[in-house]
Design a protein around this ligand. Structure first.
Ligand SMILES: NC(=O)c1ccc[n+]([C@@H]2O[C@H](COP(=O)([O-])OP(=O)(O)OC[C@H]3O[C@@H](n4cnc5c(N)ncnc54)[C@H](OP(=O)(O)O)[C@@H]3O)[C@@H](O)[C@H]2O)c1
Length: 255
């Protein structure tokens, strides 16, 4: 008997989701990937689709290759299959054209999903059953947000899909600045990571407190933080706006 969930592409994102589905006993999952990057222990992958038909097909290959990657299994996908895409830029119209009659969900998760701390934006017009299945798949990986407008996906991808990379880049920059200020690299890296994770945990724990107020609580008048923020803040907002704008434009282009 074939597995109910098929995962096409088991790389950084597909592998992160797979880890959560297995942790939550949502398997078995058939992994289709000739060269899986993040295959959990005890799971096998195949370069070709299994026999039969899946209940759910999850597309987690790169947007540039999805049509070729899906071609070998198109005949196995019908109106009883839920097709879930996590691919940047690929629209539900593109997916519906490739999988006629199938229920379609478009999703944009992020890699903290690997530890159940992701956030996934979801969109479907396929109705309550599809929504329930999508909610089950992605709430296993963290928070979920349902979009009313599919047009929001480019901005969502630029903010929360790509966002973890911006935070990791900030950790890198903070650690490098610590080294430049005289710290040993190991110490600077440890301080930078712990500062970002601690601040993020505080922002989550104090969800009702605006981020600006959390910032103010660190900033003693005339103190060190004020001196640092006077340098950081004027450039930060335009830099982040340009960053998100570039990522959103790339999402549109991938589509
Ligand atoms: N990474 C993220 O943070 C993130 C977040 C949200 C959404 N996404 C979306 O998730 C998708 C995957 O991204 P990723 O970062 O996980 O990429 P990735 O790490 O490169 O994973 C893609 C996997 O698909 C495999 N693959 C390539 N051709 C295939 C085929 N014909 N059949 C089956 N598998 C094939 C790749 O193998 P090879 O390495 O041999 O090519 C790789 O193992 C993208 O569409 C992206 O937009 C990613």
């Amino acid at each position: 008997m074939t597995a109910p969930i098929w995962l096409l592409g088991c790389g950084h994102m597909g592998g992160a989701l797979l880890a959560r589905w297995l942790a939550e006993d949502m398997g078995p999952v058939a992994v289709i990937d000739p060269n899986p990057r993040l295959l959990p222990d005890g799971v096998e992958a195949s370069a070709v689709p299994p026999d039969g038909r899946p209940d759910v097909l999850v597309l987690a290959v790169k947007p540039q290759v999805w049509r070729a990657a899906a071609a070998p299994l198109l005949a196995q996908i019908g109106p009883m299959t839920l097709v879930v895409s996590v691919m940047a830029g690929v629209t539900t119209a593109d997916l519906a054209a490739a999988f006629p009659g199938a229920a379609i969900i478009r999703a944009m998760p992020n890699t903290p999903s690997a530890i159940g701390q992701g956030v996934t934006a979801l969109f479907t017009t396929a109705g309550d059953l599809a929504e329930g299945a999508g909610e089950a798949l992605f709430s296993a990986a963290g928070a979920t947000v349902w979009l009313a407008d599919e047009g929001d996906f480019d901005a969502v991808t630029a903010v929360s899909g790509s966002g973890p990379a911006y935070v990791f880049a900030f950790i890198e920059a903070l650690a490098a600045a610590g080294v430049a200020a005289g710290l040993a690299p190991v110490l600077a890296d440890r301080l930078a990571r712990a500062t970002v994770t601690g601040a993020a945990a505080l922002a989550a724990a104090e969800a009702a407190v605006p981020a600006a107020e959390l910032r103010t609580r660190v900033t003693s008048p005339g103190g060190t933080t004020a001196a640092g923020l006077a340098v950081l803040q004027p450039g930060l907002a335009p830099l982040v706006a340009a960053t998100v704008s570039a990522a959103a434009a790339r999402s549109r282009a991938l589509g």
